[in-house]
Design a protein around this ligand. Sequence first.
Ligand code: KG4
Ligand code: ZN
Length: 350
Amino acid sequence: MLYPHCVVYEKFSDCHPLAIMSKLILGIDTSCDDTSASVVADGKDICSNIVSSQESIHRKYGGIVPELASRRHIEMIWPVVDEALQSAKVKLEHLSAIAVCHGPGLIGSLLIGCSFSKAVSFARGIPLVCVNHLEGHIFSCFLGDKQPEFPFLSLIVSGGHTSLYRVDGFGRYKELGRTRDDAAGEAYDKVSKLLGLGYPGGPAIDSHAQEGDRGAVDFPRPFLPESLDFSFSGLKTAVANYLKYGQPVSVNDICASFQQAVVDVLVKKTEWALRKERVKRIAVSGGVAANSALRRELGRLAAEEEVEVFVPSLPFCTDNAAMIAAAGYHHYMIHDTAGLDLNPVAYLPL
Ligand code: KG4
Ligand code: ZN
């Protein structure tokens, strides 16, 4: 061949321009009820992000039915990955690695993502890396133009987790506090069920709260002042008791008052952690990071304390595979690859 180097360019002809110069990671997340695949360049630039939601399947049961979730993942995994590659204009041979979430999550759901990723990795000789779902949420704040510098405080608020971490670098995470019972998103979902607002509860309560009076009902604020832990199950019970025995007020007022109690606790604990750890940056992630009141109040805290707040754009707060690819990039760069004996783990600490 006259110009052997042309082979390299042929491989990348008609593909995403980032593919030539960057490390492209295919992220896969099937930890809960959404099938998601994404192509991310260099841990930050999103080339594609496809999420197939199962909301319509689970809504009538008022929560996720694990067996139905696994079955739907099996149907959707290949179409979703195919669409992620196509819309990023890349082929499997352009990828540096496949990053798959192996836990924590629903074991049957995780199994689909892991088995699929191992099969593609083996068949096409693509390195495989595994990512903890919580690490993915932390790295969702790296997607986009501006990345937080280390150290920073990470507040993860989702349907399964409410935790505060100090992050000193990739792989250097110190847990400062976590929920002792319900996660914040879980409290939203349960209160929404009590109010007949359906699943998922967060977006429904958030929108009703916009029309309500946040001072209408004085719900308890579980501050647990001796620690940076959280507790939301008593607040949920307080709402249930109020609905049974309290003065009648509108659904909008209940939503606004409940939301204010949750946000007050999340913001106060973040403020305490900032002072204790003396860091100047906060990164917030997880489904509840989409909450309008939380985003507003954290903005206010940032201005008061003169710290920077990093919150992903709305599609990257809730579960997505771009965050798995973003964290997976760092695993790949330090050659922290997984073998074909990789197994999913339902309870996986960070
Ligand atoms: O991160 P995520 O998609 O899944 C888990 O890893 O759990 O978070 C889902 C949670 C649900 O509980 C949902 O009700 C909540 O995030 N959520 C919200 C909002 N949007 C989603 N909670 C409050 N306000 C929102 N706007
Ligand atoms: Zn999540």
